[in-house]
Design a protein around this ligand. Structure first.
Ligand code: HPA
Ligand code: ZN
Length: 350
């Protein structure tokens, strides 16, 4: 899955950005609340009669100077406070999916954090129906397939995750999977063992953030205790050779987010990012934007900046795009279709 069978020859480095922008790809790690641009935050605040603690869009954008994950999460959860009505959730997801079309994203799996909203008195129904309607419209409007992954926030208890699951069950058919996000260090995956076991019984696809800031041990327990199918981030795996071997052997995809890692100081410079090492070790890595409104770029910016900084090649580009489809939760026929489209795009480009 990770090493390409497609021969990518003779693409000059100066043509790489164009190739990266034009190749079809899937985005598997983005938090839809992290796509709320400051302009939309202000527009929704006005529409909903809310006052923000910032005078203008530029003041809010200036606050986006993060030192670690928690410093970001504080602002991110505050920004999501402008979402009240189904149309707000629709507008947010529609704006992301319109932007995704520009980045030649063919398929997107959107994380959402219902607890951020239900804690403010917004009903689960409001959240899911608004997001789901935008996903359905994306197919007709942009030709993008999109699905929803509900994340439990790990700074709250497993009991609260169970309550969230209960609230989501009436909308089971609109949610493809569950994930685990929010502040990682001190909140290990095994705290959510029982709720993930229940989600597995219910047929949800399973993912979890692990090894973003947290240690390799969290990646092990996401795999062995939660039994997830993909690891979100996972970049700390390089510290543990046995874990690297396990990820390669079991073809566990990592949804890597380079600009997020840069903005949250996981790596000091983009040139220091280990994506190339992960790929060259045979890991099924993908590139994703995480929270594009906060981290300085949508998916194609993640591709072009990372390639420019780390010297990845056209062969890596093919592998990353192919991995994104192979690691997605679409059915086998749709996967083949997307990979055919990818191959055709490379053939045309070459
Ligand atoms: N990590 C954990 N939780 C998150 C993130 C992230 O990068 N983005 C939004 N919620
Ligand atoms: Zn994330």
């Amino acid at each position: 899955m990770s090493s390409s069978i497609f021969p990518v020859k003779n693409i000059a480095p100066d043509r790489l950005p164009d190739l990266l922008r034009r190749m079809p790809k899937a985005e598997l790690h983005m938090h839809i609340e992290g796509s709320l641009e400051p302009e939309l935050i202000f527009a929704l605040a006005q529409r909903n009669g809310l006052t923000l603690p910032y005078a203008a869009v530029e003041d809010l954008r200036r606050a986006y100077a993060f030192t670690n994950l928690q410093s970001f999460l504080d602002i991110y959860y505050a920004g999501a406070g402008v979402l009240l009505h189904e149309q707000d959730f629709y507008d947010m997801a529609h704006a992301y999916l319109a932007r995704a079309a520009i980045d030649t994203i063919a398929h997107a799996e959107l994380f959402f954090d219902p607890q951020t909203h239900t804690a403010r008195g917004v009903a689960m129904e409001t959240v899911v129906n608004g997001l789901y309607r935008a996903c359905m419209d994306a197919q007709t409007e942009f030709g993008i397939s999109a699905s929803l992954i509900m994340c439990f926030v790990r700074h709250l208890s497993e009991q609260e995750a169970f309550e969230t699951l209960e609230q989501a069950l009436p909308y089971r058919d609109k949610i493809i999977g569950v994930g685990l996000d929010s502040g990682e260090v001190g909140n290990p995956p095994e705290n959510f063992a029982r709720v993930f076991a229940r989600c597995r019984e219910l047929g949800f696809r399973l993912v979890a953030h692990a090894g973003e800031e947290g240690p390799p041990a969290y990646i092990w327990s996401a795999l062995d205790v939660l039994r997830v199918e993909r690891i979100d981030h996972g970049v700390q795996a390089f510290k543990d050779p046995a874990l690297m071997q396990r990820l390669v052997k079991d073809k566990v995809p990592l949804t890597v987010c380079p600009l997020s890692n840069l903005k949250l100081c996981v790596f000091p410079r983009l040139a220091d990012h280990n994506l190339g090492q992960l790929l060259d070790a045979g890991i099924v890595a993908t590139i994703n934007s995480d929270d594009p409104a906060y981290f300085g770029g949508y998916l194609n910016e993640n591709f072009t900046q990372t390639f420019a900084a780390t010297g990845l090649t056209a062969q890596h580009a093919y592998t990353l795009a192919r991995n994104s489809f192979e690691a997605s939760f679409i059915d086998a026929g749709a996967k083949r279709n997307y990979v055919d489209r990818l191959n055709a795009a490379f053939e045309t480009f070459v």
